[in-house]
Design a protein around this ligand. Structure first.
Ligand code: G3H
Ligand code: 13P
Ligand code: ZN
Length: 308
């Protein structure tokens, strides 16, 4: 099956009250781990690449990895740019075979965000590529840039409706209390579900996206720390909140941190248990299996198992 765009997948997800996992890819083991999980769960999957991933692995290599994923399974796969910060990177990805791009104008004032998003939509739409935009500001770390909690701005529901109307974007990332990275909450985790309800009331039947949605499971963190890691005070979005959002109009849920934790814990364990090993396959292989397990768990939480 060739790569797919998001439109039909999101319509089905809205109707079926589930969400599709969007997993960040940086290398071969990660894409293989994600695909193994998706295949075992018979789930559609969104493979997403950040600017940092494109810089690290190179666009040409990443595209070939995705081609290999497409050639070796029959699942619907979306190839998506995560957090495109300007028109040029979105254009490069539209021209370079992506089926979906995110233009993240959330750091700009409202009118500038609209103008930038509109420009990307005008380029992408005639070429059959979907555009995700963002309104509101998430806290957390993204591409090594950190946004303080006090600078986070939750999405205004009425502005969201105006934004979608004026930009023509295909989906909208909203800020309701999630954040990037492993340290999402100082106290008890809380998402603003009232706001999410208002947003979907203002945008009936419109696909919403949740960034910063890793759950940072305690067992993964303890696994890292048991073998020499020092990840203290981390806290993610509880799985029941992710499930609740997935049953609403959230169609795409972004996961990176949980994959990073799974890889790190697994490699640390291998190094600790066999310091004499120097064959990378013997620690990257188990890391790949750990990614598969995280992805399977996430797909179940999203209600997306068997939806391919
Ligand atoms: O939202 C950010 C993603 O976790 C990607 O992170 O920019 O370090 O690749 P990155
Ligand atoms: P996490 O850091 O919670 O995994 O979020 C990833 C993300 O939103 C990528 O865009
Ligand atoms: Zn994000």
């Amino acid at each position: 099956m060739p790569l797919v765009a998001t439109k039909e997948l999101f319509q089905k997800a809205l109707k079926g009250r589930y969400a599709i996992g969007a997993f960040n890819v940086n290398d071969m083991e990660i894409i293989q781990g994600i695909m193994a999980g998706a295949v075992e769960e018979r789930s559609p999957v969104i493979l997403q690449f950040s600017a940092g991933a494109r810089k690290y692995a190179r666009h040409e290599y990443l595209i070939k990895l995705v081609e290999a994923a497409v050639a070796t399974c029959d699942l619907p796969i979306v190839l998506h740019l995560d957090h495109g910060e300007d028109f040029d990177i979105c254009k490069a990805c539209v021209d370079g075979g992506f089926t979906s791009v995110m233009i993240d104008g959330s750091k700009h004032p409202f009118e500038e965000n609209i103008a930038l998003t509109r420009k990307v939509v005008d380029y992408a739409r005639p070429r059959g590529v979907a555009v995700e935009a963002e309104l509101g500001k998430l806290a957390g770390v993204e591409d090594n840039v950190s946004v303080n909690e006090k600078d986070a701005v939750f999405t205004n529901p009425r502005q969201a409706a105006e934004f979608v109307e004026r930009t023509g974007c295909d989906s909208l990332a909203v800020a309701i209390g999630t954040s990037h990275g492993a340290y999402k909450f100082k106290g008890e985790p809380r998402l603003d579900f009232e706001r999410l309800t208002e947003i979907q009331d203002c945008l009936p039947g419109f696909p919403l996206v949740l960034h910063g949605a890793s759950s940072v499971p305690r067992d993964l963190v303890e696994f890292c720390n048991k073998y020499g890691g020092r990840i203290m005070g981390s806290r993610g979005v509880p799985e029941e909140m992710i499930s609740r959002a997935a049953k609403m109009n959230v169609c795409k849920v972004n996961i990176d941190t949980d994959i990073r934790l799974a890889i790190t814990g697994s490699i640390r364990k291998c190094f600790a248990e066999d310091p004499s090993n120097f064959d990378p396959r013997l620690y990257l292989g188990p890391a790949r299996d750990a990614i598969r397990d995280v992805v399977k768990r996430k797909i179940r939480v999203l209600g997306c198992s068997g939806k391919a």
